[in-house]
Design a protein around this ligand. Structure first.
Ligand code: AQP
Length: 326
C-alpha cells in the first residue's frame, strides 16, 4: 500500500483554497493508501502566534479534517509537536541543506519581503517540511501548487541523504490536482488565497456562514465586461471564480461558460455562492457534532501514538547511518 503524508498549518481560518487544493484529496486517498494527516503547528510558529489562539486553531484544524470526511479508522490524524522526531530529523536535514537552496524559496521571499526581522525558522521551514514527509517514508504528498517548490527540496534532500549515507529515505512524489491547485484571492486574483492575508475578503473560510459567503462572492473582484468566460490572462477574476465553481461542481469550465452565456456576472455569482454554501453547510454541521462529541483530543492522542512508532523507526535508521550512537 502506498504511504501518503500531508499537513496543514493552524495559522488561521482554513479556507476553500486549502480545501480544494489539498484537504479534499485527503478524503479520497484514505481509501487507497496508508495516510498520515498532520496539523503542522511547528510550522505555524515560524511567524508570531498567540499561544491561546494557536492551541484553539490546532484543535479546529483537526476537527475540520474529521468534518470533511477523514476517518480516523482509515487514516492517522495527529499534531506535529506530539511527535518529537519531526524536529530531530529537521535538524539533521538542515545540516544537508544548502543556504542557497533555502534563499531561493519563493514562499520565504513572499513572507519575509519588507520585514526587518523574521525568524530563522521561517527560512528553514522547507527543511522541516522535508522532515515531516521523509519520516513517514512517504510515496505521495497531496498539496496545492504553492508547495511544489518545497516538495522538490524534500526530494533533493532524500536523494542527497541516500547518496551520502545509503538508501534509507523514500523519495516522495507530489500530487497536485489539475483544477483547484491554486485558488486565487477574491480581492486580488494576482495573489493566492491565503489564511494569513490581512483582508478577510481575500478568502472564503470553511466556517463562513451562508450570508458571509454570498457577500464575499458578490464583492469578489471581476473584470471589465460581464461575460462569464474562462481566460486567466485577460479575465483573471472571473476565471478564478469559474475554477472554484468547477472544482465544487465537478463540471468543466466550458460547461459553466455555456450555461451563463448572456446572463452576466450576477446570476453566475449567485449560483456560485449557493454551490459553495451547500458543501460548506454539510462540513459545518459535522464540525459542530464533532465538537460537541468531545472525541477529537482522544483521536489525536491515538494518532500521535501511531505516528511516533512509524517516525521513530525512520529516525533510528537515519541516526545509525549518520554515526550517532543508537
Ligand atoms: N490558494 C490555495 N489554493 C490551493 N491550495 C492551497 N493551499 C494553500 N493555499 C492554497 C494548500 O493548502 C495546504 C495547506 O496549506 P498550509 O497550511 O501548509 O499553508 P500555506 O500553503 O502557506 O497556505 P495559506 O493558507 O496561504 O497559509 P498561510 O497564509 O498561513 O501561509 C497546502 O497543501 C497548500 O498547498
Amino acid at each position: 500500500m502506498k504511504r501518503v503524508f500531508s499537513g496543514v498549518q493552524p495559522s488561521g481560518e482554513l479556507h476553500i483554497g486549502n480545501y480544494l487544493g489539498a484537504i479534499r484529496q485527503f478524503v479520497q486517498l484514505q481509501d487507497q493508501a496508508d495516510c498520515f494527516f498532520c496539523v503542522v503547528n511547528l510550522h505555524a510558529v515560524t511567524v508570531p502566534q498567540d499561544p491561546a489562539v494557536l492551541r484553539q486553531k490546532t484543535l479546529e484544524v483537526a476537527t475540520l479534517y474529521l468534518a470533511v470526511g477523514i476517518d480516523p479508522l482509515k487514516a492517522t490524524v495527529f499534531v506535529q509537536s506530539e511527535v518529537p522526531a519531526h524536529a530531530e530529523l529537521a535538524w539533521m536535514l538542515q545540516c544537508l541543506t544548502y543556504y542557497g537552496e533555502l534563499s531561493r524559496m519563493t514562499q520565504f521571499k513572499d513572507k519575509s519581503i519588507g520585514k526587518q526581522n523574521f525568524s530563522v525558522g521561517l527560512f528553514t521551514y522547507p527543511t522541516l517540511m522535508a522532515a515531516d514527509i521523509l519520516l513517514y517514508q512517504t510515496d505521495i504528498v497531496p498539496v496545492g501548487q504553492d508547495q511544489k517548490q518545497h516538495l522538490e527540496l524534500a526530494r533533493d534532500l532524500a536523494q542527497r541523504f541516500n547518496q551520502r549515507y545509503g538508501p534509507i529515505l523514500r523519495v516522495p512524489e507530489p500530487m497536485i490536482g489539475e483544477v483547484g491547485a491554486k485558488i486565487m484571492a477574491l480581492d486580488d486574483p494576482g495573489k493566492k488565497m491565503s489564511k494569513s492575508a490581512d483582508n478577510i475578503n481575500n478568502r472564503i473560510n470553511l466556517m463562513d456562514d451562508a450570508k458571509t459567503v454570498q457577500k464575499k462572492i458578490a464583492r469578489a473582484v471581476t473584470d471589465s465586461g460581464n461575460e462569464v468566460r474562462y481566460d486567466p490572462e485577460y479575465k483573471p477574476g472571473v476565471s478564478n471564480l469559474m475554477s472554484i465553481y468547477s472544482t465544487f461542481s465537478g463540471e468543466s469550465v466550458a460547461t459553466i461558460a455555456s450555461r451563463y452565456t448572456g446572463q452576466g456576472y450576477g446570476a453566475f455569482k449567485g449560483d456560485l455562492a449557493e454551490l459553495i454554501n451547500r458543501e460548506l453547510g454539510v462540513i459545518q454541521k459535522r464540525y459542530q457534532e464533532l465538537k460537541a462529541s468531545g472525541t477529537v483530543e482522544e483521536i489525536l492522542s491515538q494518532g500521535a501514538t501511531k505516528a511516533r512508532q512509524v517516525a521513530e523507526e525512520t529516525l533510528q535508521q537515519v541516526k545509525e547511518k549518520m554515526g550517532f550512537i543508537v
